[in-house]
Design a protein around this ligand. Sequence first.
Ligand SMILES: [Zn+2]
Length: 311
Amino acid sequence: MLEIVFLGTGSGIPSKHRNPAGIWLYYEGDAMLWDCGEGTQRQLMIAKLSFMKIQRIFITHWHADHWAGLIGLLQTMNMEGRKEPLYIYGPDAERFVGDILDLNYWGPRFEIIPKTVPHEGTEFVKILEREQYQIFSIPTKHSVPSVAYCFQEKDSWNVDIKKAEKLYGLKQGPLVGRLKRNGEIIFKGKRIRLEDVAVKKRGIKVVYTGDTKTCDNLKTISKDADVLIHDATFVEEKYDRMHSGAKEAAKIAKECGVKCLVLTHFSRRYQNTKPLIDEAKKIFPNTIAAKDFMKITVKSKTNKFISFTTQ
Ligand SMILES: [Zn+2]
């Protein structure tokens, strides 16, 4: 189960109800942030989320509304006695993380490890491999080097142990583990195939575009996503701005077979997001507008069914 909490849903300048960009993700004990705009640590506190649990921060690009919160957050982690390493991903991460650490008289007493991700080309790159999920990035089209990120849970199998016992006499134990790993086993002279006694659960996929104009790479990364969190700074794209509109986001969601589109990064001119939602829904009905502290829980139930809860 993946928990997503929106910490900041405004663009550029914060407003009374919207902090700059920041998204919390929590999956099976792993906590991460996608972007960390100014004020993110306070948003985490208000949302009652533990910033000390964060292991990785993924920055889409180095515009201050997406990273300025790192300065305070890193120092708070230090003052709270953090020991665990912190990984910070982003285009040119070595350079920018180095610059941030040079800004002050302080020295962190924990390791801060920058991880540069490619910001040119068309490749969908795996940047993190964990037992149950992977994180990918792809370059996007903004006024500075920028990327989109993807959380991809791995497919898994739920063995129906009652069925396995009834059909084959197979009980819970190491053989079940071997069956999951190998796809089949020979037990008491009989071949048991995984699909005979188990249900496949398709892994969930969540994508965050960061700031970007429409581009082909967005179609690559958004393909079949369960949740697409998309830049919707305006109602529709403006030729002289390197951002998307709600309209373009909806077109991508429709073309890519997305299940749920979440618009975010609203210009402060939209105190009410209705015009953006109305525009997007004409093209892609399952669209919602993110708001600060909105929580989405995404869970894979079977091969086809993914459940969403929005609070
Ligand atoms: Zn921005």
